[in-house]
Design a protein around this ligand. Sequence first.
Ligand SMILES: [Fe+2]
Length: 286
Amino acid sequence: MNIEKCIVAENSGFRIHLIKGYISNIYLVEYPSSLLLLDSGSISDIHEIRRYCENICARPMSDITLCVVSHMHPDHAGGAARIREKFGIPVAAFYTIDNWYSGITGLIQHSLDCMMELFVGKSIGKKLKSVYFGRKLRPDYPIFTDGPLPLFSDWEVVHIPGHTLHDIALFNKKEKILHAGDAVLSVNGRFRMPLPVYFKRAMRASYEKLSGLEVSIVLPGHGDVIRADDHHGLFTHMSGLIDEPKSLMSTAVHRISLFTPAVWKGSLKNILSRISCSCFSSTFKI
Ligand SMILES: [Fe+2]
């Protein structure tokens, strides 16, 4: 099958290519001397990335000097460890990324998330592919705080928890381009929240942080590239979606996303603190 060139942003320093992955967007930033990969897509997308590099950019995969992973879901992180293993490309991600699927419950969530990806793939007419990937990423460049991206200091890392606790966005201040991962999705002309969002307060704070950036182009993890004339309005709108009633699909996804340790431990902590508060108030008749 022929592969099509798709450039979504271009300037004097680099051009950004969009590679359509199994269900997500993969962005390849082409510099004269190197390539930067923004998310790896699924494990089955590696072949597509390689074909794009070789046939469209006329560059070998080894020209990719860094693969940044926005978060650990299979459609964004699935191929990263294999890309490192096969091509020696280092990986950067938030330092807590490997907690997401840890332990027995993490194993269950990992399998459910892989199945969810296959379900989404089928619903958009994709053939069944292998999406199963390792639960540990062990980033070569663990990111501890907001600041310049290792090896590509023209990109700033922005920690934006909410969808997971370790989501990161990347912002190119000079060109006003934001790689948003799953924080902003653009589907059929409408902006959407990622699924699930268990950490609502953190998500709201993340949108507030993003609204402080002078963004004019948003590269979403799914859907069409967004030309943001009013970036402040965009993130205010996203923040407003947090409290909207859940659709049937959203409810279902939340119900099967409870096994991640950070999610069930957080819920358990809330329940225990509510119980201890009500015991305290009934004992002292507050
Ligand atoms: Fe995600």
